[in-house]
Design a protein around this ligand. Structure first.
Ligand code: NAD
Length: 457
């Protein structure tokens, strides 16, 4: 259990100013990079133990992504820290104005189990770059990865700077948040738990970033390149056995190309994972029995077009395509978060939008089309955290783009410069010279309305 004394020592250390210099931040980021490189094999082994993922997949979605964020932060943190000059309006001339970045203080970062390394360490990079002290809370459901992350953190950082806090979330997080006022909480996980965190934070007026889930729709238009669409959708939907927050949750395909598209999906699944995906090097497993049971229930709620084999011993669910789904069934109301993909046909855009709008503000939206006007119409019509055109999920790997949800799928954003901004306060500063101090600004005001109206408009 983390004691209040630990957290107060962190606050005192933060207040000492130890984390504020550019040199310190740069050194910590470099230490983290060296430790991740040193433990590369250990990270792969842990992710294999927890989720049966291949090294190659882990590089793309975990180690490589984190190292790429780290490299960007190491390269740019000096520039990010510089005050940003802004304009000054007429009434305040000849003052000068700027935005100064201030570290927030002691922040809490809470991670989920699906990409347990990347989703805990990527926000950590932003928090370090912005000069904060951090309590890191990994998910208890990916224990091997939690153990290697603990080794990395405790090997390089003292606990008054970065504290690794392990425990059951439902007990530990309320305990931490009740006894201590964090300066920010950064949470990644389900909407249900996000709501609880937000309520606890509200009590102490603690600002939050919430990276939540939802049902991310994927539209396939009649003019889409069906072969490429199938490859890109199958790749992201069945990566990590579908346990990805930005996986396409369900497909809305134009009725005229539905059969051709289903055939492409089936062919692609075979190409990627062979005749028996349970033997494939490229295919993962469900994290635990509870998730396996939840997702296998969806298989009974529609027609299985292909896939559907399961093995509880191995927590294995074959890549599965469902058709004839009922919109009122659980499979079309829960976030699926597993390797099950409903394909629904539509004839008009209005019909498709009515389905999408049953779950507003998805984390991501995908549209496959070869027409620029259709692409724009769809992007305009579906409010979402992020989006891809002729692609799925890859937007989150570009650290030049902010990543985050809206409304139901979360609040706030991160990655690259956006992470730095999330973990900084932008202090608005005005500096006014003393050589110019007209009497006009001061009482008595009588008779000055006309000139005030001219200056302030
Ligand atoms: P989860 O909500 O069960 O757990 C996330 C974290 O919350 C864990 O560290 C856990 O210990 C803690 N926690 C669990 N119950 C708690 C409680 N009652 N009070 C306080 N803390 C608690 O989420 P999960 O199952 O680990 O992750 C799956 C969900 O996360 C999916 O909905 C997915 O879409 C979403 N997700 C979102 C993103 C994103 O970037 N937006 C990324 C990954 C996952």
């Amino acid at each position: 259990m983390t004691e209040i004394g630990h957290l107060e020592r962190m606050r005192a250390w933060f207040n000492s100013g130890a984390t504020r210099s550019y040199k310190f931040r740069q050194e910590q980021l470099k230490k983290l990079r060296a430790a991740i490189i040193k433990h590369e094999e250990g990270i792969y082994q842990a992710l294999y133990e927890d989720l049966k993922r291949s090294k190659e997949e882990c590089w793309v979605t975990e180690n490589g992504m984190v190292l790429s964020e780290l490299n960007a932060a190491i390269r740019h943190v000096h520039r990010w820290m510089r005050p940003q000059r802004t304009g000054t309006n007429l009434v305040n001339l000849p003052s000068g104005s700027k935005l100064m970045s201030e570290p927030l203080g002691v922040v809490l970062i809470i991670g989920p189990w699906n990409y347990p390394f990347q989703l805990l360490f990527n926000p950590l990079i932003g928090a370090i770059a912005a000069g904060n002290c951090v309590v890191l809370k990994p998910s208890e459901h990916a224990p091997a990865t939690a153990a290697i992350m603990k080794t990395i953190i405790e090997e390089i950082f003292p606990p008054e700077y970065i504290l690794y806090a392990e425990g059951e979330g439902a007990k530990l997080i309320p305990q931490l948040m009740e006894q201590f006022r964090f300066d920010h909480v950064f949470y990644t996980g389900s909407t249900q738990v996000g709501r609880l965190i937000y309520k606890m934070a509200a009590d102490k007026l603690v600002p939050c970033t919430l990276e939540l889930g939802g049902k991310s729709p994927c539209v396939v238009e009649d003019d889409a390149n069906l072969k490429v669409a199938a490859r890109r959708i199958v790749m992201t939907k069945f990566s990590n056995a579908g346990q990805m927050c930005v996986a396409p949750d369900y497909i809305l395909v134009k009725a005229s190309v539905k059969q051709a598209f289903l055939a492409e999906l089936q062919k692609t699944i075979k190409q990627f994972f062979g005749d028996d995906a349970s033997q494939s090097y490229n295919y993962g497993r469900m994290i635990n029995r509870a998730q396996y049971d939840r997702v296998t229930n969806y298989l009974e709620q529609a027609t299985i077009f292909c896939g559907g084999k399961i093995d509880p011993e191995q927590l294995y669910i074959e890549p599965t395509i469902l058709t004839d789904v009922n919109l009122d069934d659980r499979v079309m109301n829960d976030e699926i978060f597993g390797p099950v993909l409903p394909v629904i046909e539509f004839t008009s855009k209005e019909e498709a939008l009515a389905i999408i709008n049953r779950h507003p503000d998805p984390l991501a939206f995908y549209v496959y089309t070869s027409s620029a006007s259709k692409e724009n119409e769809w992007l305009d019509a579906v409010p979402s955290g992020g989006a891809c055109v002729n692609n799925s999920s890859w937007h989150l790997t570009n650290h030049h783009l902010p990543f985050g949800g809206r409304g139901n799928s979360g609040t706030g954003r991160y990655h690259g410069r956006y992470s730095y901004d999330t973990f900084s306060h932008k202090k608005a500063v005005m500096k006014t010279p003393t050589w110019f101090d007209p009497a006009l600004k001061y009482p008595p005001f009588k008779g000055k309305l006309k000139i005030f109206k001219w200056v302030i408009k």
